[in-house]
Design a protein around this ligand. Structure first.
Ligand SMILES: C[S@@+](CC[C@H](N)C(=O)[O-])C[C@H]1O[C@@H](n2cnc3c(N)ncnc32)[C@H](O)[C@@H]1O
Length: 218
């Protein structure tokens, strides 16, 4: 599938995609594993949950989720990256309960009220705003009425107030959409798009945040 937004840094491929997990653990001095393990614990996954993971990547997060699921639960990952899809399938060979499909999460998805949880991790910030709104619409429609939507991404920090060892790499490595993401009030936007934010967990002094939202009454 062609890359739709050349300026985005989340449509990853090649070397970066093949070694994504290793590189993340390297740049975070091996903290990444512990961080994701805490985030997935904070999602309070029930054994029979049906989870939709938007931009699932290599299945790194899904692997942690499976620790909370039994045979009645399932994970469906969606991604566009060839390398990501291949690595995801290698992690769960022949599994009916943990699968990945190639789909854009910013195009209309075919799911209606099917999932208990929808999760997206470090995808949201890298999309143009209209595409984020489409992702929100997809998440809302895919969720069951009491379902929960989880956005794991950067926290609501002022870049200028961050220490230089965060600020400078961010400025160097991040795309224009990430700067736009930081400026927006996600509580209000989620409200406008039919969600109630019910919780927010912060990690590494608010560098990362897990927003937890429920489908609002129509
Ligand atoms: C930064 S990686 C994060 C992967 C994974 N969520 C994680 O936290 O490890 C972003 C992922 O989103 C996928 N992606 C980016 N834009 C997408 C889109 N529009 N539709 C589906 N997947 C997308 C990329 O292929 C990549 O695997």
């Amino acid at each position: 599938m062609a890359k739709l937004y050349p300026d985005s840094k989340v449509e990853i491929s090649g070397f970066l995609a093949r070694h994504y997990e290793f590189l993340l653990n390297l740049v975070t001095a091996r903290r990444y594993r512990g961080f994701i393990s805490r985030v997935i614990r904070d999602m309070e996954i029930a054994p029979d949950d049906r989870v939709l993971d938007l931009g699932a990547g290599s299945g790194y997060n899904a692997k942690f989720m499976t620790e909370y699921l039994d045979h009645s639960g399932m994970i469906l990952g969606l991604d566009v990256g060839e390398e990501a899809i291949e690595q995801f399938r290698e992690k769960f060979p022949g599994s009916d309960n943990v699968r990945i499909e190639r789909r854009r999460v910013d195009r209309e998805l075919p799911y209606e009220s099917e999932f208990d949880k929808v999760f997206t991790s470090f995808v949201f910030h890298g999309l143009p705003h209209d595409s984020r709104l489409k992702l929100l619409e997809n998440a809302r429609r895919s969720l069951k009425d009491e379902g929960r939507f989880y956005i794991l991404d950067y926290g609501d920090f002022e870049l200028s107030e961050m220490p230089f060892f965060i600020r400078e790499p961010f400025k160097l490595l991040e795309c224009k959409y990430a700067f736009d993401y930081l400026k927006r009030d996600w509580y209000s936007i989620l409200g406008e798009e039919g969600f109630d934010v019910v919780d927010s967990k912060r990690y590494y002094r608010n560098f990362a945040r897990l927003l937890v939202a429920e489908k609002a009454e129509p």
